[in-house]
Design a protein around this ligand. Structure first.
Ligand SMILES: *Cc1c(COP(=O)(O)O)cnc(C)c1O
Length: 421
């Protein structure tokens, strides 16, 4: 459920017509609903009620300061994957003891930054990373709390580019090596083993792979405890999917996911961390764009919109589907017509949808790409010198620009010339 609904014939974000925002801000723009964001975070938090837990929002999904502050005020922790994200989380007021640091290639500078600024734990992915972290911890005179990310070799049954829990993926330490790596970690100065970490992929639409992975984590917890490690925290990653095509998808709900966690791991007495990104913010955001031209082709008709692959890369990168809806509510029973919806960039990949059945849409009409809140604005670029797409947040009947559209001068002046030119 989200808060982008038709009311009085017009698509609203909460209590604000998106056409009103378009008139004030121009198009294209991302628009987030505070109520939806809040609701989705709470669903996870409530799903784990009764267990000691922390929901660490995976902020790579959408990292605007306004989004982080909204979630931080609800008690969210953050899962960061870079020094930049760590700085963003801190700037949004998230205390270090609510930040976990994930990622397969943390640099020593990033480790130093998080260790001296305060960190809940590092989710370590390899032996060389452990050695580096030990060195940095000693150098800064601190102790680094760590979990080791294990790769449980389960098939997440999702798009190949976002599956991370198979043996062939670059992530984590194979389960078969876990005992060795934990023994190494325990012996290293400056390292304190606190738990186990696992993350098997993104946009999972079935609980079975989670069950497989978490059962392996439960077994490993017993093994490692028997080896003498104080396993007291389990970081279970993110990855729960969202319904991108509302008509025919019904992924599992956070409550069912929470029940599965309690069932597979609840008896271990561990603190539970989860790292959802997409489900928290995905359906809390839309990308609003204007149709520049409606063009009749041979055998197919095109809607050329003012958003492009640089603003929303998911269709080009993951063959992703986004529901597309006109901002003006179609008349009941309006005849649908198939359109290819494309952007202005000179690449055939700049195609959002092919032969998509839409109610009548004409040039100058506004349309919204739904479920664009996650991995949308954060993956945007200025390819074709198209200004970085702005972001807007709605709260009840108010809206505010939370990242303005840069001017051409601002874009150009970011470049600096070498002395010989
Ligand atoms: C990307 C990522 C997440 C979030 O995944 P979602 O599918 O957005 O929930 C969580 N943890 C790690 C380690 C990640 O890389």
């Amino acid at each position: 459920m989200d808060h982008f609904l038709y009311r009085d014939g017009a698509l609203h974000a909460e209590d604000v017509p998106v056409s009103e925002i378009a008139a004030a801000v121009g198009t294209p723009f991302y628009c987030y609903s505070t109520a939806t964001l809040t609701r989705h975070f709470r669903l996870f938090d409530e799903a784990l009620e009764g267990t000691d837990h922390l929901v660490c929002y995976a902020m790579k999904a959408a990292s605007n300061q306004a989004i982080l502050k909204t979630l931080a005020a609800l008690g969210a922790g953050m899962d960061v994957v870079s020094g930049g994200e760590y700085a963003r989380a801190r700037a949004a007021g998230v205390p270090g003891d609510r930040i976990v640091f994930s990622g397969v290639g943390k640099t020593r500078d990033e480790m130093r930054m998080a260790l001296s600024g305060g960190i809940r734990q590092f989710n370590v992915e390899s032996e060389p990373e452990l050695a580096a972290l030990s060195a940095v911890a000693q150098e800064t005179g601190r102790t680094a709390p760590v979990t080791i990310r294990v790769n449980p070799d389960v098939d997440a049954r999702t798009h190949a580019k976002i599956a991370t829990g198979k043996a062939e993926n670059k992530f984590g330490v194979p389960l078969s090596r876990a005992r060795t790596v934990y023994a190494e970690a325990a012996a290293l100065p400056g390292i304190e083993v606190v738990g186990i970490d696992v993350h098997i992929g993104s946009q999972l639409t079935d609980l079975a792979p989670f069950r497989q992975a978490y059962e392996k984590v439960a077994e490993l917890t017993g093994t490692l405890r028997a080896d003498g490690h104080d396993i007291r925290r389990l970081d279970l990653g993110g990855g729960l999917g969202i319904p991108y095509a509302r008509s025919n998808e019904a992924p599992p709900l956070p409550t069912d996911y929470g029940a599965l966690i309690k069932e597979t791991l609840g008896h271990l007495g561990c603190e539970i961390e989860i790292e959802p990104g997409r489900l928290v913010v995905g359906n809390a955001g839309v990308l609003v764009t204007r149709v520049i031209y409606a063009k009749e082709g041979e055998g197919r008709d095109f809607l050329i919109v003012d958003a492009a692959m640089n603003d929303l890369i998911r269709p080009a990168m993951y063959e992703a589907h986004h529901d597309i809806v006109p901002a003006r509510e179609p008349a009941p029973g309006a005849a649908h017509h198939p359109y290819d919806i494309v952007g202005p960039v000179c690449e055939t990949g700049d195609t959002f949808a092919r032969a998509r059945d839409l109610p009548p849409v004409a040039a100058d009409d506004l349309v919204a790409f739904r479920s664009a809140g996650a991995y949308g604005a954060v993956m945007a670029s200025e390819y074709n010198t198209r200004p970085l797409v702005p972001e807007v947040m709605v709260h009840g009947d108010q809206f505010a620009v939370i990242r303005p559209r840069p001017t051409f001068d601002e874009i150009i002046n970011r470049d600096t010339l070498p002395p010989w030119l």
